[in-house]
Write a protein that binds this ligand. Structure first.
Ligand SMILES: [Zn+2]
Length: 251
């Protein structure tokens, strides 16, 4: 039997009344848990709903192929993030963010606890509704990819080490920056141009200590560019098309 704190990021029906849930944990990344009678049982239903953070007791079993399965024993909610279900924007955004998580390779994270902390904090702020949703979305998209092995080299020009320039050219394919002088492919289809302010913002999200990560405010003009950049970064690295993003953006 294991006891873990876990955030439910996906539910899938299994048979008439049961379900599988996918849960993000600090110790094991994303695990799949079978919840017998999950749609009927009063006892565990609140604690195994999408977006709920719970303490979960589960039995661990291995099949002959060595794959691990978990069977729910009991679950106790820690935070229901209740308001995420009351507002269509909040629901849609949370659905998109948990969707990216489901397709992320959490096993590549150097510290899985970072991923859980990033997700819980983002959902906390969305739930609370005081911070700008577009900013929360961008922070989550970019930092999640950074923390799962896709942090680009933003320290300076990869050729001459220049720290900043009027324009710096970022390439999604190589994941590096070039200054005006060193960049010989300024029209690249997988490129993105940063002015000094934009470069400061993306460096902040990629590199700053977690404690300061959400302590940033961005003017609307830059938020627009940042949204375009982080969405493109996700799109470039995931072949999945996220219907949840299309839905969120259609609202
Ligand atoms: Zn250079």
């Amino acid at each position: 039997m294991i006891t873990v704190k876990a955030l439910i990021i996906r539910e899938e029906p299994s048979g008439e009344t049961s379900k599988n849930v996918y849960a993000l944990t600090a110790e094991r990344g994303v695990i799949r848990i079978y919840v017998r009678g999950g749609y009927k049982s009063r006892k565990n239903s609140a604690a195994t709903q999408l977006f709920v953070y719970s303490e979960i007791c589960a039995e661990e079993k291995k099949n002959p192929r060595g794959e691990t399965y978990y069977y729910l024993n009991s679950a106790e909610p820690i935070n229901l993030f209740f308001d995420l279900r009351l507002d269509v924007y909040k629901t849609a955004l949370s659905a998109y963010l948990t969707d990216i998580l489901y397709y992320s390779r959490i096993e590549f994270a150097s510290d899985k606890n970072d991923i859980l902390r990033l997700t819980l904090n983002t959902l906390y702020y969305i739930n609370e509704g005081k911070k700008d949703r577009a900013l929360l979305k961008s922070i989550f998209e970019f930092r999640l990819l950074c923390d799962t092995g896709l942090r680009p080299n933003l320290i300076g020009c990869s050729q001459c080490y220049k720290y900043e320039d009027e324009k710096m050219y970022f390439n999604m394919y190589s994941g590096d920056l070039k200054c005006e002088e060193c960049c010989n492919n300024k029209e690249s289809l997988v490129g993105f141009v940063f002015d000094p302010k934009m470069l400061y913002i993306v460096r902040h999200i990629a590199l700053t200590d977690f404690e300061r990560l959400f302590a940033i405010e961005i003017a609307p003009k830059y938020q627009k560019q940042l949204t375009e950049f982080t969405e493109r970064y996700v799109k470039y690295h995931y072949n999945e098309k996220f219907d949840t993003l299309l839905f969120y953006n259609s609202l």
